[in-house]
Design a binder for this molecule. Structure first.
Ligand SMILES: [Zn+2]
Ligand SMILES: [Zn+2]
Length: 88
């Protein structure tokens, strides 16, 4: 990549690439290679945050599933006790 203007975040530094997300010219320090693609630090942070949020949602649904299974087990136990009491 050849220099094309100045870094969007550091006007005193020469830009070496362009962020694929915000199309800003970025310098060496601002360039982050993620999945082989140039991104500025800000866009990478946004992407990492989105990934973390997605992971959080997955954990949440897994916890909900566990809770549902636990509730079903408790209900089953109560039903079985009721049936036993009725048969006695
Ligand atoms: Zn960017
Ligand atoms: Zn910079």
């Amino acid at each position: 990549m050849t220099g094309s203007g100045r870094c969007h975040y550091h006007p005193q530094r020469a830009g070496i690439g362009i962020c694929v997300e915000c199309r800003h010219v970025i310098c060496t320090e601002c360039t982050t290679q993620f999945e082989g693609i140039n991104r500025c630090a800000q866009c990478l942070a946004k992407r990492l945050k989105a990934a973390t949020t997605l992971k959080g949602r997955n954990d949440f649904s897994a916890a909900n599933l566990m809770l549902a299974v636990l509730c079903a087990a408790v209900l089953w136990g109560v039903l079985e006790l009721a049936v036993r009491a009725a048969n006695r």
